[in-house]
Design a protein around this ligand. Structure first.
Ligand code: KIV
Length: 277
């Protein structure tokens, strides 16, 4: 299994890192079979699995439960667990939650959203012994404050602020930082100026790696996918077709067939229906 040292080395050697989200046993299993470098148990679980409109309702119990399932499905891949909304309400809360996600959930590192405002939290978690991945740009937990799900860092002032955020996360000890919905040239500059790897999502090709949400990548989310998504498979359509065929066969009486059933000695059945008195 690759770890934080290999991720740092990958940046130096120019090897792109691949991260994908997963939320349960099968999604983690298939991600590991596909050979990704890292799995993120994202709080996007709230939207793509639980059907909420945002990630805000996701709780620590949700994250622990899903992280445990991912760990069972991917036993040999580095797993990053997302700290849900309100985790940075205090440093003590962030440290406590990070410890819980590692100890109960079984992940190897945690991710939290924010820049300079959470540097002190990152520092404390790292000091407590848990690797931290930062997340700046569009930070979905604070999308309301950011004016919705939109590109971040387009003005000079915003771009400078994001660069400072990235540098302060690095200085606080983060081993990696996710850049979400950041213009391509700004993501390139941030990537060049950091020693730790950047993982882009809607941040162009110059990041040290890329992450996509499992359900977006595989066409499993029925709502509109963001512009930066490329759909590599259409499992949603396949699933609908498969279930429709099942329904048709049940209604026609062609499923189950003899090969899906279990036989029994007719005499045993006769004895059951006419027991000796
Ligand atoms: O929760 C999540 O899936 C994420 C990714 C979009 C980076 O934070």
């Amino acid at each position: 299994m690759k770890g934080v040292l290999e991720f740092a080395q990958a940046k130096v050697q120019g090897h792109k890192l691949v991260m994908v989200t997963a939320y349960d046993y099968p999604s983690a299993y298939f991600a590991e079979q596909a050979g990704v470098d890292l799995i993120l148990v994202g709080d996007s679980v709230g939207m793509v699995v639980l059907g909420h409109d945002s990630t805000v309702p996701v709780t620590m119990d949700d994250m622990v439960r899903h992280t445990q399932a991912v760990r069972r499905g991917a036993t040999d891949t580095f797993i990053v667990g997302d700290l849900p909304f309100w985790s940075t309400s205090s440093v003590a809360c962030a440290v406590e939650r990070a410890g819980r996600l590692v100890q109960e959930g079984g992940c190897h590192a945690v991710k939290l959203e924010g820049g300079r405002n959470v540097a002190v939290h990152v520092e404390a978690i790292v000091r407590a012994g848990v690797p931290v991945c930062g997340h700046i740009g569009l930070t979905p937990q604070s999308a309301t404050a950011l004016g919705g799900f939109r590109v971040q860092g387009k003005t000079a002032a915003q771009a400078r602020a994001l660069l400072e955020d990235a540098k302060s996360l690095e200085a606080a000890g983060a081993f990696m930082v996710v850049l979400e919905c950041v213009p391509i040239p700004l993501a390139r500059v941030i990537t060049e100026r950091l020693h730790i790897p950047t993982i882009g999502i809607g941040a162009g090709p110059h990041c040290d790696g890329q992450v996509l949400v499992w359900h977006d990548l595989l066409g499993m989310y029925p709502r509109q996918a963001p512009k930066f998504v490329y759909r590599y498979a259409d499992l949603g359509t396949l699933a609908t077709k498969g279930i429709a065929t099942f329904a048709e066969q049940v209604r026609q009486g062609t499923f189950p067939g003899a090969e899906q059933g279990f036989v029994m000695d007719e005499e045993e059945l006769a004895r059951a229906l006419n027991p000796p008195v």
